[in-house]
Design a protein around this ligand. Structure first.
Ligand code: ATP
Ligand code: MG
Length: 390
């Protein structure tokens, strides 16, 4: 570890931790060193004494801190949860189904950090290209928190029509601007005003409602989003004085299950119980008839069983199943750099195809990459060969 005693002191002070705590975090490997290009940084792999997972400390002269994006708690019932949690008005925003990114400028360089606190080369390059980030010259103490969405991404490949850019389906929407060292959010209105001023894309409110009647309006919004195949909502206090909470659609619960049960021995257990519970409470709260409840049950059952059997079939036919995603890179070098990053993230990948494509911005590289779930593949083979369930 290259951190000097002086640096350690300053980091402890900034994070409001003792040196003893910091050393403990190092020892437990909660605090780890990593680097992106020449820039070394420390990274919290887990939450520790009030410091969020994904918090990063740049090992530069300033020891710039970027706090991790806090967990968003989930409402299981709309009533009385919203009424109990909020103060007065509630801003209803759409919850986008992509991956969380924090954009910061440190020592004149732009970085895009993933939720777990890695500087992602793919995302860093994309945001530098898509966005004019002058805002971070004027407000260097801020981080832009947003969702990267679209089919052509390596983490949550999910199609959004608004993210279509011709040769690439990828977009970014800011949903929060925070002071990066304290994690304090700007009020919703101020965030939107700044985004307007700097011409940055942001998530617009679907409605602003009174907390007393919010459950009725949110239910209507959820039913509409459900029909449109969208993920759900995040509810916020206009001043961000209390933490936001999320609520998702039936459609999303089923989509989550479908993707998890495609790789069921890797992801099934972690996904199933919480999704089924969400559906149970939704069915109760929406006062469904038996007929409606049976439709929900059928959707749930199909979301679990159909992808599972499809996977078993594929493996039985000799295929190794993988989760495929297609990414667009500006150069061979960018592609190589990202491959190195994925391997560092311990992603087991299989490059299925690489080709050059002509776009209105010149020649680019399109790569089809498969993420391998070994456990699912291996266990299916073993049960097909007669292994007993323990
Ligand atoms: P956690 O529950 O720890 O926050 P998770 O990976 O389970 O993380 P999600 O279920 O996707 O996350 O819900 C929280 C995430 O939703 C946020 O971290 C953010 O990336 C994303 N998100 C999408 N749209 C919004 C929005 N409008 N406002 C806030 N967050 C949003
Ligand atoms: Mg998400």
């Amino acid at each position: 570890m290259q951190v000097s005693a002086y640096a350690l002191d300053k980091i402890a002070e900034k994070l409001n931790l003792s040196i003893k705590d910091l050393n403990k975090a190092f020892k437990k490997k909660i605090l780890r060193e990593d680097e992106y290009k020449e820039q070394k940084y420390l990274l919290f792999k887990k939450g520790f004494r009030g410091i969020e997972k994904g918090t990063v400390i740049f090992l530069n002269e300033n020891l710039d801190v970027v706090r991790g994006y806090p967990k968003t708690y989930r409402a299981i019932t709309l009533y009385p949860t919203i009424k109990n949690h909020f103060i007065d008005k509630v801003v209803v925003e759409e919850k986008l189904n992509g991956y969380n990114i924090r954009i910061v400028k440190v020592d004149d360089e732009i970085y895009a950090l993933t939720r777990s606190g890695y500087i992602c080369p793919f995302t860093t390059k994309k945001v530098k290209k898509f966005l004019n980030l002058e805002i971070l010259d004027d407000y260097n103490e801020y981080m832009l928190c947003g969702e990267m969405i679209g089919l052509n991404n390596p983490y949550t490949p999910y199609y959004y029509k608004e993210a279509d850019k011709g040769y690439e389906n990828l977009g970014f929407y800011i949903f929060d601007i925070k002071e990066r060292e304290t994690n304090k959010s700007l009020p919703v209105k101020e965030r939107m005003k700044l985004c307007e001023k700097y011409n940055l894309p942001y998530v617009k409110p679907l409605a602003i409602v009174d907390k007393e009647t919010a459950h009725i309006q949110v239910r209507k919004i959820i039913e509409k989003l459900n029909k449109e195949g969208r993920e759900g909502v995040v509810l916020k206090d206009p001043d961000m004085a209390v933490s936001p909470i999320k609520y998702t659609t039936h459609y999303t619960q089923c989509e989550d299950l479908k993707s998890a049960f495609t790789f069921f021995f890797d992801l099934g257990i972690d996904f199933i119980f919480s999704r089924v519970v969400r559906e149970g409470f939704m069915s109760y709260e929406f006062k469904e008839s038996l007929e409606e409840r049976k439709i929900r049950a059928k959707d749930l059952g199909e979301a679990i069983l159909l992808p599972m059997v499809e996977t078993i079939n594929k493996v039985a036919n000799g295929e190794r199943v993988s989760e495929d995603f297609e990414l667009i890179f500006d150069s061979e070098e960018d592609f190589e750099e990202f491959l190195y990053f994925m391997r560092k993230m311990k992603m087991i990948i299989n490059i299925k195809n690489v080709e050059e494509i002509n776009t209105n911005e010149g020649v680019k590289i399109k790569a089809l990459i498969g993420k391998i779930y070994n456990r699912t593949n291996d266990k299916i083979i073993s049960y097909l060969n007669g292994t007993l369930w323990e």
